[in-house]
Design a protein around this ligand. Sequence first.
Ligand code: NAD
Ligand code: TYD
Length: 374
Amino acid sequence: MSNLLVTGGAGFIGANFIHYWMSTYRQDKVVVLDALTYAGNKANLEPVAENANFYFCQGNICDTHLVETLLKEHRIDTLVHFAAESHVDRSISGPDAFIETNIIGTHSLLKAAKKVWLDDGVNKDNHRFHHVSTDEVYGTLGPEDPAFSETTPYAPNSPYSASKAASDHLVRAYHHTYGLKVTTSNCSNNYGPYHFPEKLIPLVITNILQDKPLPVYGDGQQIRDWLYVEDHARGIDLVIKKGHLGECYNIGGINEWANLDIVKLICELMNSEFAENPELTNKYPKAVSAIAGKAQSLVTFVKDRAGHDRRYAIDPQKSNSELDYQPQESFASGIRKTLQWYLENDSWWQAVMDGSYRQWIDQQYSTAEQAGDR
Ligand code: NAD
Ligand code: TYD
């Protein structure tokens, strides 16, 4: 039996991880620490909210004292750290929050964990700090380059990836210097339910349903490796259970796609959904292009992201051989499940889009339109 502290548990991956964990390890206690920024949403945790082993604390990971209190009061033995500013575009327009949460916040957690677990000796021999990071720390690949392995040198290119790289180094240093029991996972792009609709896949799905343009940055030939979010949760579970202390594990989907191809695929799937299910036309009357079988007509090429990384790819060898990790969901089934989830959960994404996110994205669009970019 474990007592987990999950930071950022009200966000996309954190919430999916908690759903996975609480249905897999029913005896474990799960405490969430989340600041509920624009990306955090308590509705993401509704499926577990009534569980007697579930606790929610609204608070900031930069509050070291609060973290120490949670670690002691709940006798936490496992901290799984998801909390972050996570959107590359926001890191370009406003990097400060990324430095604050991703670097200072991670250091605050490490300090609290060292104090409680090592200095005060609570769970001294039996603790784990698992840090959730990204493949973006490795920078960008050319078309023929080998995929990122755990020994690929760090070369982050955006304020987001640079802040995550800094946090990875701090985690490593707390193991090497103080003996904190840490592991890190560096994962590729996730997709699935509860994905905030500023990221590519949920943005495309929700924009089709509202007949809005589907913005494709630059030539749309940038490549990402996509992993269904529950497979990420399974990977983290394996790293926590079987990973070696102080080590990093790359987790990927072995599933590289060019952005434009993903957008076209979602358009095709959506056209088929509307053709096969006439009731969707009543539910989503605004989706006129998809209703006419022409969602692709919404594709709009826009100005490229500054410093846009061209390609990410994960070499899965280490997690495969040491952890016996393999993604279970195929992309064909995962993307269909995801699309179905958004079609059925319009109240979730409508509520998300009515919030502060909507103001931000509208501002981005009007600025770009003024500049004649979009
Ligand atoms: P998200 O933006 O959906 O969620 C982040 C969560 O952290 C939100 O609930 C937010 O309220 C919370 N948070 C932000 N700042 C906080 C603070 N100072 N204190 C407490 N809580 C705070 O992010 P996500 O997509 O779920 O990503 C989770 C983690 O996984 C991040 O560390 C990210 O770098 C990493 N990751 C994401 C992806 C991906 O494809 N989304 C891929 C690899 C790694
Ligand atoms: P995103 O979902 O923001 O994830 P990340 O930047 O962490 O990879 O973007 C995925 C890819 O899609 C990335 O190459 C940028 C591109 N993209 C678009 O072309 N249009 C969009 O509107 C968005 C949000 C992203």
